[in-house]
Design a protein around this ligand. Structure first.
Ligand SMILES: [Zn+2]
Ligand SMILES: [Zn+2]
Length: 354
C-alpha cells in the first residue's frame, strides 16, 4: 500500500489546483488510515485556496470529513478496518499548557489536516487514533462529514454560557454554519430564532428547516426588524455568521440589554463602528464573545463532536437539507471555482473520491 498512488486535488500555489496521483500517506504507529467517504468544502477553504494560500505547498485541502477505516497502525486497538469514523482535523502537540488542560484548539504548536498538512480532498487520510470518533448507527457518512461545522456552530452557542430558554436569538448570515447555529438555538430552547440574509435561496432553505422568522436584510433593515420582533427590547443573543461589515453592525445594533453578541463569521473586511453604537453597547452592558473552533475530548466525555453525532442520530439536528452539491474529485476543481465565483447557489458542498 505505501507505494500505491491515490487521486487527490493538490494545491500547488494560490489558485493552482491540480487533480493528480500522489502517494497514499504512510501509516505509523498509533495512526489510522481512513478512506474518505465525503469531505465538505468549508467557507474558509475558498479564501485559503484562491487568496491566502496554505502554510506550505503543495497541500491537499479539506478538513470536514468522514470515511471508513482502511488500515490501522501498530498499537491501535479501538478501531478496525470497515469502521465508519469522523476525524477531528486539529493535530495538537500534547506538550503545551493548553494541551495539558485538554484545550486542544488552543494548542500553541498544532498541525491541521487540510491546511498545515494534507487533508481530505483525496482518497485517503492518515490521522492519529486519538482524533477519530466512531459514527453512530443511523448517521450517514454525508451527515457525519458535517460534524466539524456543526460542532463549531454548537460551540458558538455554548460560548453564551447563560440559558437561552425562552429567549430570542438572532442570526446574521444564513450560510451552513448560520443554519446550524439556528438549529442549536432551537434545540437549546430559544423561544424565537430570527434569521437574516441577503440571498433569497438561503432564506428559502431556512424556511425548509422550519424557521418562520426569516428576513431579507437587503430589503428590510435588520435592526428595525429585530427591535420590532422583540417589543423594542432587542435580541438576547445575536450571532454574526457572515463576516461582512454590515452583519457586524446589524448584530451589534440588534442586541438588547445584558445580551451577548457572538463573533462566528470569518471577517472579510475592516468595520467602522459609529460612536452612537459603541455607546449603546456600553449602556446595554453587552457581552462581546469570540468563538473559535470546537471542544473535542479524547476520553469520549461529553464533548461537542459527540453531542453533534448524537443529535444527528436522534434526529434533532437536521443536516441533509443543507447539502446542495455532491461532486466527485474529478469535478471538484470546477466546483471550487464555481464557489469562488458564486455562479450558482450553494450551501454545503461535499466532495467524494471519483
Ligand atoms: Zn471548516
Ligand atoms: Zn499543544
Amino acid at each position: 500500500m505505501p507505494n500505491d498512488l491515490m487521486e487527490a486535488l493538490v494545491l500547488h500555489s494560490i489558485g493552482d489546483l491540480r487533480l493528480q496521483q500522489i502517494h497514499v500517506p504512510n501509516l505509523s504507529e498509533g495512526q489510522v488510515r481512513v478512506r474518505i467517504g465525503f469531505c465538505g468544502v468549508c467557507g474558509s477553504d475558498i479564501p485559503r485556496i484562491f487568496a491566502k494560500g496554505t502554510y506550505n505547498f503543495p497541500t491537499v485541502c479539506g478538513h470536514e470529513f468522514a470515511g471508513i477505516v482502511d488500515a490501522c497502525g501498530a498499537g491501535v486497538e479501538n478501531f478496525a478496518p470497515g469502521d465508519a469514523v469522523v476525524v477531528f482535523p486539529l493535530l495538537w502537540c500534547g506538550k503545551c499548557a493548553a494541551c495539558e488542560q485538554a484545550k486542544y484548539v488552543q494548542c500553541h504548536d498544532y498541525g491541521y489536516l487540510g491546511s498545515r498538512s494534507n487533508g481530505a480532498f483525496a482518497e485517503f487520510v492518515v490521522a492519529p487514533k486519538e482524533n477519530l470518533i466512531p459514527v453512530p448507527e443511523g448517521v450517514t457518512l454525508e451527515e457525519a462529514a458535517m460534524t466539524e461545522p456543526a460542532a463549531v456552530a454548537l460551540h458558538a452557542l455554548r460560548r453564551v454560557q447563560k440559558s437561552i430558554v425562552g429567549k430570542t436569538v438572532a442570526i446574521f448570515g444564513a450560510g451552513p454554519i448560520g443554519l446550524m447555529a439556528a438549529q442549536w438555538a432551537r434545540i437549546m430552547g430559544a423561544l424565537e430564532v430570527l434569521l437574516f440574509d441577503i440571498v433569497a435561496e438561503k432564506l428559502e432553505l431556512a424556511k425548509r428547516l422550519g424557521f418562520e422568522s426569516v428576513f431579507n436584510s437587503a430589503v428590510e433593515d435588520a435592526v428595525t426588524v429585530a427591535n420590532a420582533q422583540t417589543d423594542g427590547k432587542g435580541a438576547h443573543v445575536c450571532i454574526e455568521s457572515a463576516g461582512v461589515p454590515q452583519t457586524y453592525l446589524n448584530a451589534l445594533g440588534s442586541v438588547g440589554r445584558g445580551g451577548s453578541v457572538v463573533l462566528l463569521g470569518n471577517p472579510v473586511a475592516d468595520v467602522t463602528l459609529p460612536a452612537t453604537l459603541i455607546s449603546q453597547l456600553m449602556r446595554r452592558e453587552v457581552n462581546l464573545l469570540g468563538t473559535w473552533n470546537s471542544d473535542y475530548s479524547i476520553a469520549g466525555n461529553d464533548d461537542e463532536w459527540r453531542t453533534v453525532l448524537q443529535a444527528i442520530a436522534s434526529g434533532t439536528l437536521t443536516l441533509s437539507p443543507l447539502i446542495t452539491h455532491k461532486v466527485p474529485l474529478t469535478d471538484s476543481r470546477e466546483m471550487l471555482h464555481m464557489m469562488k465565483d458564486k455562479s450558482e447557489f450553494y450551501a454545503k458542498v461535499l466532495i467524494h473520491p471519483s
